[in-house]
Design a protein. Structure first.
Length: 537
């Protein structure tokens, strides 16, 4: 997952304001940093503050007050706010894309302007629809026993820590976790990723204007740029915080989880994933060259800085496989490598490759940090055997967050199944098979072994695309996430991370939430005595 950027400290220069209680406020001089353009390695002219305990206390107080009001706000203003956010993004699209490009090095087009921005707009509008339809509430009525239950707001702030690899769609402000938390009628305390301070500031400006237009409490959003790690640990454990959402490195995520767990606080983590790709023999024979090209394209997209980047593939040895590896190697050697987000990302790749080689992987090409131009690392391909992988399974599953790929060559299908069973949890797992059916029996056996190790199983498809669909599950077993039962993409399911189940036993009709009343004034879909209906009873 994305790597935290080192924080230079500078106390003498003025810094940009943080958003607290609906106001842009200056910060005490506790340290500051600037964003770095990864394509030029040049620091920006603006300085952003490191917030201290006093600022976080003010943010918590303001958000806690807003939580009570939001929890009792009718659905329409919440939905309208999310739509106004989308409209505001569209109005400021050019400036947002330019800022995100400068802070990440990601291409303006098509990546930011025609892929990520539309995705961000779509998930905000899908969240608005889920608010209006009450789909996230999932009301359940047992008429015989007169027991009713539904998901409801936490009535507490949600702390959101965004990554650097999706500056819009996963941003702590306006990203998927933000949209889900607001849809569940909870305020957000957002911590910008230190690589994205300017982008996050602009998103927060748009969100604040949308709050005013929708008539929601201005304190529904607090935004800081950076905090000392120890303060982050305190915040996730604070009794006033309802839940936390984190996307980032395993090291940082597990530290936050330990603090939240000690306090009994929910935390939802997306930590890292190697996303294995299994290529069965019939597929290699049928279209090996095409698969090799697609595999490299998936590995190298955005310089490999995707949580769904395929870091490992598994093939069965044979003459066609040798040709497949030659095709794959040519792509890794001949295609230019992309821009990394930071110097820390390049250092992480160097360390990961060294670990893989130390565990017995053979370096086919690459393996070096680029020193020319911006931050970069050569496209890197490594090779190992099935026996070596099984003997050193932990080290050979070291995540390399970049265009680094390990191919495991096994002797037969049974060893391929053994590799699948030896895998740590991943967000995705892909199986490529012969379209004419020669791999069907092998697919069934392999998919059975793989399904429990991944959150999303793909067939004849690379994993880097994550559609914002109600059916999408962007999660998986540890260490991909902190809990396999939850998704950070796909509405309304992602909203339920930031909700509490409330049960009403023999409560009189006029005292029930509208979603649970017999005549169903909201018209939402409900499970009534085991059958789903949107009719009253």
């Amino acid at each position: 997952m994305p790597i935290e950027t080192a924080m230079p400290t500078e106390r003498s220069m003025p810094t940009e304001p943080v958003l607290i209680a609906g106001e842009w406020c200056s910060e005490p001089n506790l340290g500051s940093f600037s964003a770095t353009n990864p394509k030029t390695r040049e620091a920006g002219s603006l300085r952003y503050p490191v917030s201290g305990r006093a600022t976080l206390e003010r943010a918590l107080e303001a958000a806690t007050l807003a939580a009570r009001e939001l929890a009792h706000t009718p659905p329409e203003p919440i939905a309208r706010f999310l739509e106004l956010c989308a409209e505001g993004l569209e109005a400021r699209a050019e400036a947002l894309v330019a800022l995100a490009h400068t802070e990440t090095g990601l291409p303006r087009e098509p990546r930011l302007g025609h892929v990520e921005l539309p995705r961000t707009l779509g998930q905000l509008r899908q969240a608005a629809r889920a608010v209006r339809t009450r789909a996230w509430c999932q009301p359940v009525l047992d008429l015989e026993l007169d027991i009713r239950s539904m998901f409801a707001p936490l009535e507490a702030p949600v702390f959101v820590l965004g990554p650097n690899n999706f500056p819009l769609a996963f941003n702590a402000v306006m990203g998927g976790d933000f949209a889900a938390a607001i849809a569940a009628q909870n305020p957000v305390i957002a911590k910008a990723h230190p690589s994205l301070p300017g982008t996050t500031r602009l998103l927060a400006e748009i969100a604040l204007h949308a709050l005013e237009q929708a008539g929601l409490p201005a304190s529904s959003l607090q935004m800081v740029y950076h905090v000392d790690p120890e303060l982050g640990l305190e915040l996730v454990a604070d009794p006033r915080v309802g839940a936390t959402a984190f996307t980032g490195s395993r090291r940082a995520g597990l530290a936050l989880k330990a603090a939240a767990d000690r306090a009994g606080k929910p935390i939802y983590l997306e930590l890292g994933s190697i996303n294995p790709v299994f290529v069965l023999p019939g597929a290699v024979r049928e279209r090996g060259q095409e698969i090799a090209q697609d595999l490299f394209a998936s590995c190298s997209l955005a310089a490999g800085q995707f949580c769904t980047n395929p870091g490992l593939s598994v093939v069965i040895d044979g003459p066609e496989t040798k040709q497949f590896l030659e095709w794959l190697g040519r792509h890794f050697q001949s295609e230019p490598s992309g821009c990394l987000f930071s110097a820390a990302a390049a250092a992480h790749l160097s360390a990961s490759v060294a670990t893989l080689i130390g565990a017995g992987a053979e370096l086919v090409c690459g393996g070096r940090e680029r020193t020319d131009g911006g931050f970069g690392f050569d496209n890197t391909l490594l090779l190992t055997s099935g026996a070596q992988f099984l003997a050193n399974r932990a080290a050979l599953q070291t995540e390399a967050f970049g265009a680094v790929h390990l191919v495991v060559v096994v002797g037969e299908l049974d060893q391929m199944r053994q590799v699948a069973r030896a895998l740590e949890g991943s967000l995705t797992g892909s199986v490529y098979s012969d379209r004419r059916g020669s791999d069907d029996a092998a697919y069934r056996e392999l998919a059975e072994a793989l399904a429990s190790r991944v959150g999303r199983l793909l067939n004849d498809k690379m994993p880097t695309g994550v559609a914002v669909s109600p059916a999408m599950h962007h999660g998986g077993p540890y260490p991909a996430t902190g809990h396999p039962g939850f998704t950070s993409v796909g509405l309304p399911a992602s909203i339920q991370r930031f909700a509490v189940r409330r049960c009403y036993d023999s409560v009189r009709q006029h005292r029930l939430p509208p979603e649970l009343e017999n005549h169903n004034p909201t018209g939402c879909w409900r499970s009534v005595d085991g059958a789903w209906t949107n009719q009253g009873v």
